[in-house]
Design a protein around this ligand. Structure first.
Ligand code: ATP
Length: 287
């Protein structure tokens, strides 16, 4: 096998609670993560040596800054016996710096894909450990699905899939730096009093998700202050039949969940803000 094609799905946060600030400077998190069908497409092709990244998106770095490049570096570090290299082509469909884990999912797909391409074995547990170096969301992105993530986001507990739901995902052109949002959160509010147990309980024990529970994103106020367009987008969603609307991660992506694909498509087709990235996707199970 000389080449392999991969799919790298995006994630949304159904809930993001901040429990506190850790001694290492990171925040202690409690999150519900969910994979969606919006995905980057990646091609890995063996080459004579070294790592080359090519992408369809002009704003993406192609050197060591690219998280997919970093994942390949980890793979070749772990396998010094391999003399060949790899060319990585990323068809970027997930908006960048949008709270959708676009970089992390590319990294997870590339690490997994290189093991397949070069016929090397590594269990998912060990791969998740290696991906922690790249970013807190990267271990989750290896398999996705509906998950409870804690710690910095790297401690993963699988939950029952919430089922196929249709969403409208909207990303304004404004790019948000995740560290900047957390920094502003620390300045704005020091309340670390979230009660997450009811949500977890519902997701673990009930196969019907209870949207009336207090699903929330603690980064909301900080993200909205940095990017007020988030409020405009939420206001538009308010006038639709959305069952649930939420900011994803540190934003600025906002998504709404609808009962049917048709309803979601209707909202997307009439979206009034012309510069937003708007797409209809569905939730997907573990891959
Ligand atoms: P998260 O939800 O995990 O916080 P995000 O969706 O907000 O992530 P990314 O799309 O992963 O953010 O981009 C964050 C930064 O990572 C950007 O500045 C981008 O240039 C850089 N980056 C490096 N490699 C990639 C990649 N393969 N895809 C997207 N961004 C990348």
């Amino acid at each position: 096998m000389r080449e392999i094609y991969l799919k790298a799905p995006a994630k949304i946060n159904l809930a993001l609670y901040i429990k506190g600030l850790r001694e290492d400077g990171y925040h202690e998190l409690q999150m519900i993560m969910q994979s969606i069908s919006l995905a980057d497409r990646i091609k890995l092709k063996k080459k004579s040596g070294g790592i080359v990244v090519k992408t369809s998106h002009v704003d993406l770095p192609t050197d060591e800054e690219n998280l997919a490049y970093q994942a390949a570096e980890i793979f070749f570090e772990d396998h010094p016996e391999i003399s060949e290299g790899v060319e990585i082509y990323i068809e970027k469909n997930i908006p960048i710096a949008a709270g959708l884990a676009g970089g992390s999912t590319d990294a997870a797909a590339v690490l997994n894909g290189l093991h397949l391409l070069f016929k090397k074995r590594m269990n998912y547990e060990s791969m998740r450990k290696r991906l922690e170096i790249i970013g807190s969301d990267a271990p989750y992105c290896l398999e996705g699905g509906t998950v409870y993530a804690s710690g910095k986001g790297e401690i993963i507990e699988e939950l029952p899939f919430i089922g196929e739901k249709y969403l409208v995902v909207v990303t304004p052109s404004f790019k948000i730096s995740t560290p900047k949002v957390y920094k502003l959160y620390d300045q704005l509010e020091k309340r670390y009093d979230s009660d997450f147990e009811a949500i977890l309980d519902n997701l673990k024990n009930d196969n019907k998700i209870n949207w009336n529970l207090d699903f929330k994103n603690d980064l909301k106020a900080a993200a909205e202050k940095i990017c007020p367009e988030i409020i405009e987008i939420k206001d538009i969603f308010k006038n639709t039949k959305a069952k649930f609307t939420m900011l994803s991660g540190s934003g600025p992506t906002v998504f709404s969940i609808y009962s049917t694909r048709k309803e979601a498509e209707k909202v997307a087709a009439k979206w009034p803000r012309k510069n937003d990235f708007v797409t209809v996707v569905k939730t997907i199970d573990k891959y």
